[in-house]
Design a protein around this ligand. Structure first.
Ligand SMILES: *Cc1c(COP(=O)(O)O)cnc(C)c1O
Length: 391
């Protein structure tokens, strides 16, 4: 690729400018890790857990190796027994359902709301059978699932609410951080997430001390009855077999450096989203823009990604790629039609809203390093696709 072409490129995601700006503070944290001498599950991880507890308001934050592991260990710590059913949305990242299987349960799919991407409470009530014990709302893209409606259905059916809040750092419902509205939730620090590391990392957040203690043991081979260095609180458990899902201290160092500017990054994301909304308003073929305002006043959304619903989605993505503009499709195949869940016997048409979202959604570049002028270029390229040279 020539320098000229790359200068015109709008990558789907980059944070090299962010990291250059944060290098002095990141370096300070990494030097401390090296001096501490413990590079995994050490003091920097504990420091991050405390800082995240302060940011989210969670009583407990337990750092693990990924958001997916956080979901698996959270479900296990919430008492999921083999064969228990967990109602999950048919439109989500695969980990929302694979985590259930990995924890020993069975996913049961439900549709999403027609006007959003959260679990539809009515669909949850329709699919939950006698073996359903959990419901997992997923907060996708830029706003929270309907936690009020879902909590009501969960109460009626005696389901425990476990939130897949992997995308939802910074999102709040009546002041409570996403993930803290039921038994517990998770955070993912996968690099593209709103708070992203330089590799994989995740956390469980909860206000329940028993869940926190159990996850704390499970992440470290279930080291029950043994005091772990630097983690004097984590010394008991339930006698279950654990895994190795410790967080790396270097990732904790990176995340501590970035956490300081998370709120500024979230504001920047909102500014970029508004620019897209202005640039794409009224373009034929662009069926739906994410609402800039939360749909309920009590909800604070965060633009983790900027997802639009468009006609001829794959052709548009190819048109943009031809102009050096990166996009992503989240998620091209709904979960109930994934080959790994074929044994559940679902067919196209079972969850129409999830299927429509899979056909129409396209994520446009959105990250704090993105210049406003690049948003304008993306919007102009989208207009030229639908309007031709008139744009
Ligand atoms: C990213 C993500 C996960 C998994 O997080 P990892 O850290 O990548 O394992 C789970 N659920 C949703 C909705 C996600 O976006």
């Amino acid at each position: 690729m020539t320098a000229e072409v790359s200068a015109l490129t709008v990558p789907f995601f980059t944070q090299s400018a962010t990291f250059s700006g944060l290098w002095p503070i990141t370096r300070r944290h990494i030097v401390e890790v090296i001096q501490n001498g413990k590079y995994s599950h050490g003091r920097k991880v504990l420091e991050l857990e405390r800082a995240l507890a302060a940011y989210t308001g969670a009583a407990h934050v337990v750092g693990v190796n990924s958001g997916t592991d956080a979901l698996v260990l959270l479900l296990r710590a919430c008492g999921l027994r083999p064969g228990d059913e967990v109602v999950v949305p048919a439109f989500s990242f695969i980990a929302s359902a694979s985590s259930v299987v990995l924890a020993g349960g069975e996913p049961v799919f439900a549709d999403i709301e027609p006007d959003g991407y959260g679990l539809d409470p009515a669909s949850v009530a329709a699919v939950a059978g006698p073996r359903a014990r959990f419901v997992m709302p997923v907060h996708l893209f830029h706003h929270l699932a309907d936690l009020t409606g879902l909590a009501e259905v969960a109460r009626g059916l005696d389901l425990t609410v476990v939130e897949d809040s992997a995308e939802a750092i910074g999102m709040r419902h009546n002041g409570a951080h996403a993930g803290l509205l039921g038994a517990g939730g998770v955070l993912s620090f996968f690099p593209t997430k709103t708070l992203g590391a330089l590799g994989d990392a995740g956390a469980v957040i909860t206000n329940d001390p028993v869940i926190a203690e159990t996850v704390g043991a499970l992440r470290h081979h279930g080291r029950f009855g043994r005091t772990i260095d630097n983690f004097p609180g984590i010394s008991t458990g339930t006698g279950a077999v654990g895994v190795n899902s410790k967080m790396d201290d270097v990732q904790a160092a990176v995340l501590l450096a970035k956490l300081d500017r998370l709120e500024a990054d979230i504001r920047r994301r909102a500014v970029l989203a508004r620019r897209y909304a202005d640039g794409l308003a009224g373009v034929p073929g662009v069926r739906k823009l994410p609402s800039v305002l939360p749909r309920r006043a009590s909800v604070r959304g965060v633009f983790y990604v900027y997802v639009v619903e468009v006609d001829r989605r794959d052709e548009l993505a190819a048109h943009l790629a031809g102009r050096g503009i990166g996009t992503e499709t989240y998620y091209p195949t709904p979960l109930h039609l994934q080959p790994c869940f074929a044994r559940l016997g679902h067919r196209p048409g079972d969850f129409p809203h999830a299927e429509a979202a899979s056909r129409r959604t396209l994520a446009l570049p959105l990250y704090p390093d993105l210049p406003l002028g690049d948003v304008d270029r993306v919007c102009a390229a989208i207009r030229s696709f639908y309007l031709g040279e008139r744009a």
